[in-house]
Design a protein around this ligand. Structure first.
Ligand code: CO8
Ligand code: FAD
Length: 572
């Protein structure tokens, strides 16, 4: 539950990053010395990587760890104001240790970022240790339950074996031993993989609340003289909420896939096979960005679809938004993650496929596209016939859109180079296309995984309704991104018109099952914590009860009347 907290907590980083980083990067001796007491909450730790001046650019982090062979110690230091560690969760007041990422200096050379366990508070008194200046960074957009903190280290000494040495090592004489792969020290793949499941949970909660409320809320007049209809009967309300419902199912399946893939590949890595790490990094970075951006926007759609009561904290939707939205920033800012997937994986794979290499994994379609490019194009050149009913043909359409946008980005870089720009400038001047390519690749992966999952469903009725959701997810994505498909020659204007008509039919088909489909998430009232989303639908009575509990209603006449209003009146 540590990486799927219902509400942010000060121990999230201890459970979600400090312990997993020890598991991934500590030696057996260090596990003994640190993991056991950390598991028993004697040691409470955080993951202190980001500094005031750098969060994204890891190579730019300034904190130093300089090895002193005369005392067999590292000296940890924050050399500048911008090097002060800034943001780590639980750092301000809760943690007594931190895994500090610092530039390792030994024998006069810098060997880049490595992880060090630094005690920061006395284990008994909790007073900051000598050379440690630590505190909370102040109020934030949300996460008020978490003491995100700052940490300034003033020549703090720690023993040699406080550096996490499962991969890289420093010998007692200061000799640096390289890790088997420089990429192993990056980490963060675990949390990014878990965040995909968090996106699914945020969507499931939000659409459960909004769809249940839309089934009990009656408003306006559909047919003159008839009773006010459920707002869920309005086509616009269905058009807002049913694609979110479909995405909640889609991301649930992607979250499971991401977790399984993380487990499989990290197992290989522990066995010394690093070959799949690039795929895991690219997939976790891209899907973390894709699903959090989509979920972030969808939570707001759900809130606004509940009208005024959606803006009340009683709906829980404001809290879901405030707690979810930083996932677009932390654990790798989304744009940067999309660029990683494109530049470090998709374009590299495109170039390998272009010289005939057979690709594996989620980019195997780029080999197919490369082979296609070598075959003579059909004279018609037009878009293939479009079936708005056949899921496999829609998966293929998404695959071709992704291949087309990866090619467009790769060609943009080529054109920029031909204009005489440097490598770096050529990439920067193609970064909008690179992000679009990553987005299209991730979208294809999500649609494909959704359709693949249907093959595992035995119950015919369940398979039918999930297929309707998958169709809606795929066609809505097609409609929302019709420009990409039209530009790639994968869609014609008449076909786009048919897609819009089919979406309306699907909304109508889903209407009878909508409430059952959110009940199927099985999110109990305690977990939802929402008056609007109550399972019993008894909203108004509980809304009134909730309001009466407001602290402002503790007295009939609030003290502000006597303190401010009355004196003000007497002066007018
Ligand atoms: C409960 C939990 C709540 C969560 C609270 C939030 C916690 C946090 O936010 S912790 C801090 C998160 N911070 C980040 O994620 C930092 C994001 N920035 C980065 O990851 C890096 O700066 C990055 C990747 C963008 C660029 O790094 P840089 O050193 O320039 O690497 P770059 O040159 O792009 O790539 C070098 C190689 O490493 C690979 N690589 C990069 N990152 C990774 C990784 N994480 N894993 C594996 N490989 C990686 C690249 O694919 C590339 O491989 P190749 O050489 O084969 O192409
Ligand atoms: C709630 C919360 C909790 C956090 N918890 C932790 C924690 O526990 N531990 C920890 O170490 N950190 C933590 N962080 C910090 C977080 O990891 C960083 O904020 C995040 O990595 C983004 O880095 P930054 O803040 O420097 O933003 P920047 O990288 O400065 O981003 C600002 C803008 O610059 C753009 N940009 C940056 N680089 C590039 C590029 N190469 N190409 C194109 N555009 C670029 C970004 O897209 C963005 O639009 C937390 C942050 C938040 C909000």
């Amino acid at each position: 539950s540590c990486v799927h907290p219902d509400r942010p907590e000060p121990l999230d980083l201890h459970l979600g990053m400090f312990l997993p980083t020890l598991l991934n990067q500590a030696t057996p001796e260090q596990m003994e010395r640190f993991f056991t007491p950390a598991w028993n909450l004697r040691i409470i730790g955080t993951y202190a990587q980001t500094e005031m001046g750098h969060g994204t650019h890891l190579r730019g982090l300034e904190t130093t760890a300089t090895f002193d062979p005369s005392t067999q110690e590292f000296v940890l230091h924050s050399p500048t104001i911008s090097s002060i560690k800034w943001w780590p969760g639980g750092l301000g007041k809760t943690s007594n240790h931190a895994i500090v990422l610092a530039q390792l200096h030994t024998q006069g050379r810098c060997h880049g970022l490595h992880a060090f366990i630094v005690p920061i508070r006395d284990m008994d008194t909790h007073v900051p240790l000598p050379g440690v200046v630590v505190g909370d960074i102040g109020p934030k957009f949300g996460f008020s339950e978490v003491d995100n903190g700052f940490l300034k280290l003033e020549h703090v000494r720690i023993p040699l074996d406080n550096m996490l040495m499962k991969f890289a090592k420093v010998e007692p004489d200061g000799t640096y031993v390289k890790p088997p792969s420089a990429k192993l020290t990056y980490g963060m793949v675990f949390i990014r993989s878990m965040i995909v499941g968090q996106s699914a949970l945020a969507l499931a909660k939000s659409c459960t609340i909004a769809i249940r409320y839309s089934a009990v809320r009656h408003q306006s007049e559909l047919r003159p003289g008839e009773p006010e209809p459920q707002i869920l009967n309005y086509q616009t309300q269905q058009h807002k909420l049913f694609p979110v419902l479909a995405a909640a199912y889609a991301f649930t399946f992607v979250g499971q896939y991401m977790k399984d893939t993380y487990r499989r590949i990290s197992g290989d890595i522990h066995a010394g096979d690093y070959s799949q790490l690039p795929e895991l990094h690219a997939l976790s970075a891209g899907l973390k960005a894709f699903t959090t951006w989509a979920a972030n926007a969808a939570i707001e759609v759900c809130r606004m679809s509940c009208g005024g009561h959606g803006y009340s904290r009683s709906s829980a939707l404001p809290d879901i938004y405030v707690e979810f939205t930083p996932t677009c920033t932390y654990e790798g800012e989304n744009t940067v993650m999309m660029l990683q997937t494109a530049s470090r994986y998709l374009v590299k794979s495109y170039r390998q496929a272009s010289v005939g290499q057979r690709l594996q994994g989620s980019v195997s379609y780029l080999s197919e596209a490369a082979a296609q490019r070598l075959r003579p194009r059909p004279v018609s050149g037009g878009a293939a016939p479009l079936s708005t009913q056949d899921l496999l043909s829609l998966v293929h359409l998404y695959q071709r859109r992704a291949a087309s946008l990866v090619e467009l980005a790769a060609k943009s870089i080529q054109q920029e180079l031909q204009r005489g720009r440097s490598q770096e400038e050529a990439w920067n001047h193609s970064s909008i296309d690179l992000v679009r390519a990553s987005d299209a690749h991730c979208h294809f992966v999500v649609v494909k995984l959704f359709v693949d999952k249907l093959e595992q469903v035995d119950d015919a009725a369940v398979k039918a309704v999930l297929s309707t959701l998958a169709l809606l997810y795929a066609l809505k994505g097609l409609a929302d991104n019709s420009g990409d498909f039209l530009q790639a020659g994968l869609l014609t204007v008449p076909q786009a018109t048919r897609v819009s008509a089919r979406i309306k039919e699907l909304l109508e088909e889903l209407r009878p099952d909508a409430v059952a489909l959110v009940d199927a998430f099985d999110l109990n009232d305690r977990k939802l914590n929402s008056v609007l989303g109550r399972y019993d639908g008894n909203v108004y009575e509980h809304l009134y009860e909730w309001a009466r509990q407001s602290p402002l209603n503790a007295t009939e006449v609030h003290e502000s009347f006597h303190k401010y209003l009355k004196p003000l009146r007497s002066r007018l």
